[in-house]
Design a protein around this ligand. Sequence first.
Ligand code: AHN
Ligand code: ZN
Length: 324
Amino acid sequence: MKKILFITLVFSALIACKQPAKHPAVVAVAIQPPAFNADSAYSYIQTQVDFGPRVPNSTAHEQCGTFLAAKLRSFGAQVIEQRANLTTFDGTSIRAVNIIGSYKPTSTERVLLFSHWDSRPWADNDPNPANRNKGVPAANDGASGVGVLLEMARQLQQKNPSIGVDLIFFDAEDYGAPENYSGNSEDSWCLGTQYWCKNPHQKGYTARFGILLDMVGAPDATFYKEGGSMYFAPEIVEKVWSKAQSLGFGKYFMNQAIGTITDDHIYVNKMAGIPSIDLIHYRNEGQNSGFGHYWHTVNDTMDNIDKNTLLAVGTTLMHVVYNE
Ligand code: AHN
Ligand code: ZN
């Protein structure tokens, strides 16, 4: 008798399951993305740094640009090298290259992830005046974001997300006028991004949102809710921060706002109209910029890159992208 009752119960349960639910189950199950490998990201940063400072017009810059485009192609992206002759605040003419890698290029629903790949031409924050005319090794300030994005590219090739993805390595971000410059320094930073905003690689290009990775490799990095990101794209800040916190990376993603930072995302917001946020390491250390004591010095080297931070950033962004 008990057995019959049990079988009946199981049957009614099965039938019940077949009925259209009155309240359809809309419990969103998060999609598990491929695992981000921080060792790979680290090695891609090392490779960039090994070229030497990637200062526009230098051999290291040319060689690194060739490497980045080839690497993206090897990971199955459709690649465009957007070349432009740009003029810097001090009148220097530079050969800039924005490197664009696209996945699912025909999808109309897209996300944009970007970093700058150039090195600042002068270590103008260096405590030693003799170093201030040298190029910056730019391990954190440049190579870190690109390294994370290259590892994401490697994973994007393994498993397609449902949305199209564009990775852009912008050039000439860091050619901005020094603090003490007496001439016109307006819009002197982010030259590659400004060029792309005026000349997108595809006519009418747009994306759901954009995420800028800038200085994402420091040990115990802290990412704050930056003012421009909160002004233009608060819902994207929320999306990324809540994902990071649910993955256990809360110690990197602070629930606190800071002021606006002039960076590539500002132009992508204002000129391209794509709601974009800046993931940028910041720490109030009183005496210095807040971007690390080695920022714009010859000490921005691999010593300031930590795989745990790369893992936190890369894993979070993988989860964000694969759940779009
Ligand atoms: C300013 O220094 C005004 N903004 C920081 C933009 C930057 C430079 N990011 C990396 N290097
Ligand atoms: Zn910089």
